[in-house]
Design a protein around this ligand. Sequence first.
Ligand SMILES: *Cc1c(COP(=O)(O)O)cnc(C)c1O
Length: 343
Amino acid sequence: MSKKDIDWSNIGFGYIVTDKRYVSEYKDGKWDDGILTEDDKIVLSECAGVLQYSQSIFEGLKAYTTEDGHVVTFRPNLNASRMVDSALRMEMPPFPEERFLDSIEKVVRANLDYVPPYGSGATLYIRPYMFGKNAVIGVKPADEYQYRVFVTPVGPYFKGGAKPIVVKISDFDRAAPRDTGNIKAGLNYAMSLHAIVTAHKEGFAENVYLDAATRTYIEETGGANIIFVDADGNLVVPKSHSDSILPSITRRSIVEVAKTYLGLKVDERYVTLDEIGAFKEMGLCGTAAVISPVGKVNDHGREICFESGMEEMGPVTKKLYDTLTGIQMGHIEAPKGWIHVIE
Ligand SMILES: *Cc1c(COP(=O)(O)O)cnc(C)c1O
């Protein structure tokens, strides 16, 4: 094995084609055995269900090299079960969880030369996804599906330290109450593109979405859940009235780390926009960045500034970040089952 000649610390968050990917086809009511292939192209009917009615779901996780040289993934069983939930909600045949785990291992093993070395800050991003494949013109679920996994090396999310970002309260909604906000479906992102382009044009890094029904409560951003630290130094995690927040694995892990490693009180509750000015720290959490600190929220010109400021992560956020990344990288003992060793 020899690592690819890649400048690991200077690659961005883009797509780089790798050697092998996994493909399994669903037809006549069952999944085939699946293969690893070098073919990175998909040939589809012009009328494929995914092209006409957006029947597609995905997952995102990463493989990385720990300090002692193992290649591991973080809690991939939770991605497997979340993808089953997404499939059921989208009337797609779930890909069996044990096969999901096996397919990820196969693709990572087949692309080991693309797993960034320890200390580079880069990781191998893993993208499992599934879509309706056969021709569908009347509105209904497809009968045939394709499940695929590819991997692509991605650069360190934060170059030169995690600088706090400024986010805005969006005038758009991300997910209707009791709709698809709690599953990982491409359609949730398609509808968010206009909102994120608008926010970027205005100079904001992300949109904070409120609950669509009352526009009172904080839900999440376009691709990350939100955490706050209150005046007593405890963790406050927004809950959704209408189950429209995506159940982030990073956020669920942060909650466990806060309780069991840092002894913090964790309040998972409804959080109103009106009260966030009283919080000391805010962060966005997801697989890519783990935690991105937020320095300021802009609510239609009114600035809500957190005590942690615009220079660095707040102290509690930093502790959470260091502990969780320490667990991931193998400096801190992980809870049972969190680190899945591939090599
Ligand atoms: C994927 C995703 C997240 C983050 O989830 P992780 O499991 O932590 O990566 C948060 N919000 C949305 C809308 C997402 O799609």
